[in-house]
Design a protein around this ligand. Structure first.
Ligand code: MN3
Length: 226
C-alpha cells in the first residue's frame, strides 16, 4: 500500500501530506467536515460532531504538529508512512506520533466514510465481498457490532483489507490498522466522546444507529482501490 492509497475518498492533501516548508503554516491541518455539523442527525447529534471534530480531532493535530516541530526530515514524510513504520520514528516522539498521528488519520477517514446521504445496504464490489466473507450484510453488521461493543475501553472497530481478504478487527486507543499492515476500509470510533452525549453508556445503540450514516459509495471505492 502506498501513500496514494489512503487518499481514496478525496481526502484533502493537507491531511496526510505535510504542507511544504513554510514556517508560518502548520504541518498538518484538520480537514473541514464534508457536511454540516447537524447533517448526521438524529444518529449523531450536532454538539457531538462539533466537539469531536473541532476539539478532539484538532487536539490530535496540534499535538502531532508539536511532536514533529523539531524533526524537519519527518515533516517531509507522508503520515501514512510514519504510522506504518513506527519503529523507525525516534523513540522520543514515537508514542506521540502513534497516538496523535493515528488519531489524525483515523478521524480523517471517519468523516469521509460517513454521509447524510449514507445508510442502506452496500452495493457493488464491497457488497459482494461482504456477502462472500460474512454470509450476508446482516451477519456482517452483527459481527461488527459485537466487536465494537466488546472492545474494552477506548478504541475503534474496523473493516479492513487483510491480504486480499476482508476482516473485522479492533484497535485500542488511536492505533490504526495500518500499524498492523492492514488497510482500513471502514471504521467506527467507539471512544465515549463519539457518542456519550446522545447515547450515554449505550454503545450498542450507537453502533446500530451508525449504519444509517455509512457512506457505502466511498467505502466501496476504498475496497476496490485498496
Ligand atoms: Mn474520536
Amino acid at each position: 500500500m502506498n501513500r496514494r492509497t489512503f487518499l481514496l475518498t478525496a481526502v484533502p492533501a493537507l491531511m496526510v501530506f505535510p504542507a511544504t516548508a513554510q514556517a508560518t503554516t502548520p504541518i498538518y491541518e484538520v480537514p473541514p467536515l464534508p457536511y454540516a455539523y447537524d447533517a448526521l442527525e438524529p444518529y449523531i447529534d450536532a454538539q457531538t460532531m462539533r466537539f469531536h471534530h473541532d476539539r478532539h480531532h484538532a487536539a490530535y493535530v496540534n499535538n502531532l504538529n508539536k511532536a514533529l516541530a523539531n524533526y524537519p526530515e519527518l515533516q517531509r514524510k507522508c503520515l501514512v508512512e510514519l504510522i506504518q513504520n513506527l519503529d523507525q520514528v525516534p523513540a522520543a516522539i514515537r508514542t506521540s506520533i502513534r497516538n496523535n498521528g493515528g488519531g489524525h488519520l483515523n478521524h480523517t477517514l471517519f468523516w469521509q466514510i460517513m454521509s447524510p446521504q449514507g445508510g442502506g445496504a452496500p452495493t457493488g464490489a464491497i457488497a459482494k465481498a461482504i456477502d462472500a466473507k460474512f454470509g450476508s450484510f446482516a451477519q456482517f453488521q452483527n459481527a461488527f457490532e459485537q466487536a465494537g461493543v466488546t472492545l474494552f475501553g477506548s478504541g475503534w472497530v474496523w473493516l479492513v483489507k487483510d491480504q486480499n481478504d476482508l476482516a473485522i478487527m479492533t484497535t485500542p486507543n488511536q492505533d490504526s490498522p495500518l500499524m498492523a499492515g492492514k488497510f482500513p476500509i471502514l471504521g467506527n470510533d467507539v471512544w465515549e466522546h463519539a457518542y456519550y452525549l446522545n447515547y450515554q453508556n449505550r454503545r450498542l445503540d450507537y453502533l446500530k444507529a451508525w449504519w444509517n450514516v455509512v457512506n457505502w459509495e466511498g467505502v466501496s471505492l476504498r475496497w476496490e482501490n485498496a
